[in-house]
Design a protein around this ligand. Sequence first.
Ligand code: PEP
Length: 253
Amino acid sequence: MNRRYRKTVIAGNWKMNMTATETKKFAEDLKKIMPRAKWCDTLICVPACNISTAMKAFKDLRISVGAENVYFEEKGAYTGEVSADMLKDLGVKYVIVGHSERRHTVAAESNELIAEKAKVALANGVKVILCIGELLEDRESGKTMEVCKAQLQAVVDAVEEKDWENIVIAYEPVWAIGTGKTATPDVAEETHSQIRAFMASAVSPAVAENVRIIYGGSVSTKNCKDLMAKEDIDGFLVGGASLKPDFVDIINC
Ligand code: PEP
């Protein structure tokens, strides 16, 4: 399928940044330069405590609000955790699972745990942004696709074919996140097309054609156009650059 049939996704990931007050101010600043995002699925994933504030603040901008994390159990004695049902009840459309910071930095989340999180989110009607990506040493030792395939296979095993309609794959090479070292458009495209080929064999050719694969890793106003021109890049997951009003330029590109 030609890329233009897959709707572009531009997602921000605010991580542990922005208070509720700053969220409102950011939305006001955005409104001055971009009254409404209408060309693509645009969302910003915010800390759980700011979801309600962000929902109100971004409503007129047509920016959806996503969550940055979800727990894998439905409910119970899990102090401090947030369930998929709670996110759904707030009106959250997407949740990030498998971000490299949760796989490698703040928690040692396994491929299987991440698959459980994806499953519970989908069962509760929350779409999933599934982050995958290799560490620098994996790339240097030629293991990029081995790592990405293992991360994807855990989710392939946990969900049904129809669930892939509600999953966006975010390819984020860990060495490019927050480092300023973006994968070149050719390097990113090579991995995106290999991921699509893997999805064709692991799930089905139809899923491979339709699933949106977005790129993340130091996306900026400077590199977004060249990355977006690639056939298998269907949008972006943006960290640092989504915290500034010129995030609008990435949406517009
Ligand atoms: C991210 O956190 O998912 C990310 C891609 O961050 P950055 O854009 O800052 O590299």
